[in-house]
Design a protein around this ligand. Structure first.
Ligand code: ZN
Length: 309
């Protein structure tokens, strides 16, 4: 059989689906973005995924998909139900797509896909151990060791958004008391800014207000950076990374977020662990997920994996 020209990559979000053709080197050859219909039921969602992939089916033997939920690495099934995604716990994401498209499929959590993209083809290229944090609505994270995602026993590794670092505190929707995410994530930032009387559409408005000297906005941004640093600091002490990459929509604030996170890290990790640590912005923007999903598909082909057809 001829070597395939590309892998198909899908990055499923709550509102949109990013789809791409990705080369073995992690280059995005083609890119498209469509509404995901993620909340409209299993059939509508699967139709959207299959439809997006089908136009690039010729020349591809593998597909990688990132989803906003935890995927079991052995079975390719969704472990638990997840908000904004109308799939039941245990839904066989990998095998359903493999059957529909007759390609080898690999499925993983979207933050793990973004982490692999940044580690192999983005800001953490060349690093032995990379922690890639995605700050968007919530806080996602993937840990990449020697070019491979650290998945844990059933896919749950790296879920730093839901560590109870602020306990005692309010109970998060996930059930953990004092979760960092309501403070460290974009949705929480906007929610808290509105509660403080600030009119804002999104996290960028809060950063803009902070930059123009609004005291409450500046305090909320500082608290967000502190909560992120606490999460990252735990990760730094646990896996001793070379580099921490911070990406996601909220991280487009750039140094307005990264500089206070770097400064606050000194409170949460030892000087030895921070001495040569780089904390850098992501390089791939909103394409990190498809790049990583595509590279996972190539890895699956290289390892000889074939999804059941
Ligand atoms: Zn939580």
């Amino acid at each position: 059989m001829h070597a395939p020209a590309h892998a198909i990559a899908l990055d499923l979000g709550g509102t949109d689906l990013k789809a791409a053709c990705v080369s073995a080197a992690g280059e995005v050859l083609e890119f498209a973005r469509v509404p995901s219909h993620a909340g409209d039921g299993v059939d509508a969602l699967m139709d959207t995924l299959v439809g997006a992939a089908r136009s690039w089916r010729a020349g591809a033997r593998a597909l990688g998909i990132g989803v906003p939920g935890v995927i079991h690495p052995a079975t390719g099934a969704l472990v638990d139900e997840t908000p904004h995604l109308a799939l039941p716990a245990g839904f066989p994401v990998r095998d359903t797509l493999a059957r529909a498209l007759a390609v080898t499929v690999t499925a993983d959590n979207d933050a793990n896909c973004a982490a692999l993209g940044e580690a192999r083809a983005g800001a953490a290229r060349g690093a032995g151990v990379a922690v890639v944090v995605t700050v968007g609505t919530g806080v996602g994270c993937g840990i990449v060791v020697e070019g491979r995602v650290l998945r844990g026993a059933w896919g749950g590794a790296g879920e730093i958004g839901h560590m109870g670092l602020r306990s005692p505190g309010p109970v998060c929707g996930c059930g953990v008391e004092g979760c960092a995410e309501p403070v460290a994530g974009g949705e929480g930032l906007v929610h808290r800014a509105r509660a403080a009387g600030l009119a804002c559409e999104g996290a960028a408005d809060v950063f803009a207000a902070a930059a123009s000297g609004h005291a409450d906005a500046a305090r909320l941004v500082a608290e967000m950076a502190d909560a992120l640093a606490a999460q990252v600091g735990c990760c730094v002490q646990t896996v001793n990374p070379d580099v921490v990459v911070i990406g996601g929509g909220v991280a487009q604030a750039g140094e307005a977020l990264l500089a206070p996170v770097r400064a606050a890290l000194a409170r949460y990790a030892q000087p030895s662990h921070l001495r040569n640590l780089r904390v850098v912005p992501a390089a791939l923007g909103n394409r990190a997920g498809v790049v990583g999903a595509g590279l996972m598909a190539w890895d699956a082909l290289a390892s000889g994996a074939v999804s059941p057809a």
